[in-house]
Design a protein around this ligand. Structure first.
Ligand SMILES: [Mn+2]
Length: 352
């Protein structure tokens, strides 16, 4: 069955499910792909089934681009804790899966719909409608196929968001993009607002952003062909992904790990250009028996929960040592001694 035919038959099932309710709560990860795919799902549910949709995210919408995108779309994105999920007839989980650790859906709450492109996990079994396509570069691509199957031409903001979502998850098609992603980008490009797109990409940031960046670089060490950065306490959780992206550009490096503490969790972000080893597998190794983790071949993440007030205890330092050494071991680096990436300039401008 071709992609479109398959999506058409899945759309039928989705519509049958939607006929059972009037309201849909869309729960998502808070990255551009998730935000875009959620918006497209809303448009689809609105136009094909007249459903009332509400968005709920976990954590914070931190990264400047994400805030800019959410602002441009003009919908209310609520923290999950502020919505009463019991009131929704149906719940959809977008760009994530139950118990993946990166979404706010409580363990006892079963979603009705999952649309995602991360590797399928056990907890997604038994969900009424699950469309999980691991070979896709972005969930936004899947949603674009649904809109196409429903013969809906997306509104300009939706098209702009989808284009941005696919580009950002595939790093401009450089990372894990497939034919489907390329096809979607080609179709979306003429529909998108290009001026808005560049505005989103250049979202404004506060001073604290540069402070965090300085702290991150000062705390980065080179171990053979990888960089590891421990930022400490994070002002916004998206920072670790942003720093990991930046570190991976180092000419000697094909692996980068960045981690930091946020909201009683140790958050980890991994990036690689190593085709032999999957970042998702390495992330799972790192958090084994400590937390949850996973992702794709070239980008992945993990989260380790801490107990309240544990942040200031020696346990955190031990945890940091453990994840560093598990990471190095997983990617076959023998040394445990890193070299600082940069020298910190002294106040008089000289380099220490
Ligand atoms: Mn995604």
């Amino acid at each position: 069955m071709t992609g479109l035919k398959q999506t058409q038959s899945r759309l039928k099932k989705l519509k049958a499910l939607w006929a059972r309710g009037e309201s849909l709560l869309i729960v998502m990860q808070n990255n551009p792909d998730a935000i875009a795919a959620s918006c497209a799902l809303r448009e689809l549910a609105n136009k094909t089934a007249g459903l009332n949709c509400q968005f709920a995210y976990g954590g914070t919408i931190g990264r400047a681009e994400n805030r800019e995108l959410a602002h441009y779309l003009g919908f209310a994105f609520h923290p999950f804790a502020e919505v009463s999920h019991q009131k929704a007839d149906l719940i959809a989980l977008i760009d994530t899966q139950p118990q993946a650790g990166n979404n706010p859906l409580p363990e006892g709450v079963q979603p009705d719909i999952i649309i995602d492109h991360h590797p399928a996990i056990e907890a997604s079994r038994g969900v009424a409608f699950a469309d999980i396509r691991e070979n896709y570069g972005a969930t936004s691509t899947i949603l674009w196929e649904y809109l196409t199957a429903a013969e809906i031409k997306p509104e300009t903001p939706t098209a702009t968001a989808l284009l941005y979502g696919i580009r950002s998850d595939t790093q401009d098609l450089g990372r894990e993009a497939t034919k489907a992603d390329i096809k979607a980008i080609e179709a979306l490009y003429p529909l998108a607002n290009k001026r808005m797109l560049s505005q989103i990409q250049q979202g404004q940031v506060p001073s604290v952003y540069y402070q965090m960046l300085a702290t991150a670089l000062a705390n980065t060490k080179l171990y053979d062909h990888c960089l590891i950065c421990g930022i400490g306490d994070l002002d916004n959780p998206d920072m670790i992904g942003e720093v990991a992206d930046l570190l991976l550009r180092h000419e000697q490096v094909d692996w980068a790990m960045c981690y930091g503490f946020y909201d009683d969790q140790l958050l980890i972000s991994l990036r690689t250009q190593d085709y032999a080893l999957s970042a998702g597998d390495v992330a799972r190794n790192i958090v084994q028996k400590l937390g949850t983790g996973g992702g794709h071949a070239r980008m992945a993440g993990g989260q380790i929960p801490l107990r309240a007030n544990e942040r200031s205890t020696p346990k955190c330092a031990r945890l940091e040592r453990a994840i560093r050494s598990r990471f190095l071991k997983s990617i076959g680096i023998k040394t445990r001694k890193g070299r600082p990436l940069i020298r910190i300039p002294r106040k008089n401008g000289s380099i220490s």
